[in-house]
Design a protein around this ligand. Structure first.
Ligand SMILES: NC(=O)c1ccc[n+]([C@@H]2O[C@H](COP(=O)([O-])OP(=O)(O)OC[C@H]3O[C@@H](n4cnc5c(N)ncnc54)[C@H](OP(=O)(O)O)[C@@H]3O)[C@@H](O)[C@H]2O)c1
Length: 329
């Protein structure tokens, strides 16, 4: 059997649920016999059945010793929102399982495989591991680094200004760039901003996309105690106000929560504080061809600052009149 091809199929069926399972990983599973796929299933919604369970539910055959299960991620071996998949697999009588990647979640991390081996199953893993990791980049990052992946997103004028001093600027970048930002928001588990941005811009900061999704949570860093909760920012999803200014402590606190990724969307003060603390794994810059000139507030002293923080170019292309550039660590 061509396990690479089968694993690719399992990966492919998991991918459409990206925005509905987060912060869980996307997982796909197949049951095959004699090169034929007899059943498939994916984890489709946060808190609901895992891929392995959906896969068994779609199987019509009775399992014999020639059936093989293909699963993109190590099956869970603990009681979470659903019972452990390892028990379901063992009970099914299946004798062989091929796994894409070990689960980095300390609650699983190798224990799923051990349980299956102890029950007498033949277990292999590491098939298309790189692809599984890449698809679930934020999930692997969180569990391997103990904190969420941090993306900083900024909109900039051609002369690296964030906004105008007198508050006269409305939008710096094009409508097409702002539409693109909605998808970036949808990909993250939480959006974080600072008090000044909420006081000045009164943004909504939700993900306005045309597909179903779990809206990112919102985190407001501010020492201001009282807020007008009828502001747009406080609608759509859970908002947490954190009165701590030490960002290392803030990130430590956020690491305890079920968040794999954080999108920082703030003005120059908070963005530079994150950069100064080295708390940036990716930076996305939407840059307009227009200058703001003397009336603009600078993002950085100069563009070379991006190299100073150890960020290097990942991709760059145009969106309408603007340029979207992504830098990564
Ligand atoms: N072009 C863009 O992409 C973009 C994006 C967002 C905002 N903006 C613009 O940015 C302007 C606001 O920028 P800003 O630089 O003044 O404010 P900011 O970076 O959005 O927020 C700064 C505020 O964050 C809070 N904060 C908590 N811990 C902090 C820390 N360690 N370092 C810095 N701030 C911390 C404080 O809130 P409290 O004072 O409430 O305690 C502080 O006043 C707005 O006018 C908005 O238009 C531009």
């Amino acid at each position: 059997m061509n396990y690479d091809l089968l694993m690719q199929r399992a990966i492919n069926i998991s991918a459409p649920y990206k925005y509905l399972v987060k912060p869980n990983p996307m997982v796909g599973a197949l049951i095959v016999k004699d090169d034929k796929v007899l059943a498939e299933g994916a984890h489709e919604k946060f808190g609901e059945a895992h891929a392995e369970v959906n896969c068994f539910n779609s199987l019509r055959d009775k399992i014999d010793e020639d059936h093989v299960m293909i699963c993109t991620l190590e099956p869970c071996n603990h009681y979470g929102k659903t019972p452990p998949c390892t028990e379901k697999i063992i009970e099914s009588g299946i004798k062989k399982i091929i796994i894409g990647s070990l689960d980095p979640n300390p609650k699983v991390a190798g224990t799923g495989i051990k349980r299956l081996k102890d029950a007498g199953l033949e277990v292999s893993y590491g098939v298309l591991e790189k692809e599984v990791r890449e698809l679930n980049k934020f999930f692997f990052f969180k569990h391997e680094n103990g904190r969420p992946f941090i993306t900083i997103k900024i909109a900039s004028s051609a002369d690296w200004k964030s906004h105008s001093k007198d508050g006269s600027t409305t939008w710096i970048t094009s409508e097409a760039s702002r539409k693109d930002v909605q998808v970036v928001r949808a990909e993250h588990d939480a959006i974080l901003t600072g008090g000044n941005t909420i006081r000045t811009d009164k943004p909504r900061m939700n993900a306005r996309v045309e597909f179903p999704l779990i809206q990112p949570q919102k985190i407001l860093l501010s020492e201001q105690k009282k807020w007008d909760l009828s502001l747009d920012f406080f609608q759509d999803s859970q908002v947490n106000i954190i009165g701590e200014t030490n960002l290392v402590k803030v990130v430590e606190e956020l690491s305890k929560r079920d968040l794999n990724s954080l999108l920082v969307e703030a003005g120059p003060k908070l963005v530079n504080s994150f950069l100064d603390e080295g708390l940036c794994d990716e930076m996305i810059v939407y840059q307009s061809p227009d200058k703001l000139g003397e009336n603009g507030v600078s993002w950085f002293q100069n563009e070379a600052i991006i190299d100073k923080y150890g960020l290097s170019l990942k991709s760059s292309y145009t969106i309408d009149r603007d340029k979207k550039t992504v830098f990564e660590k």
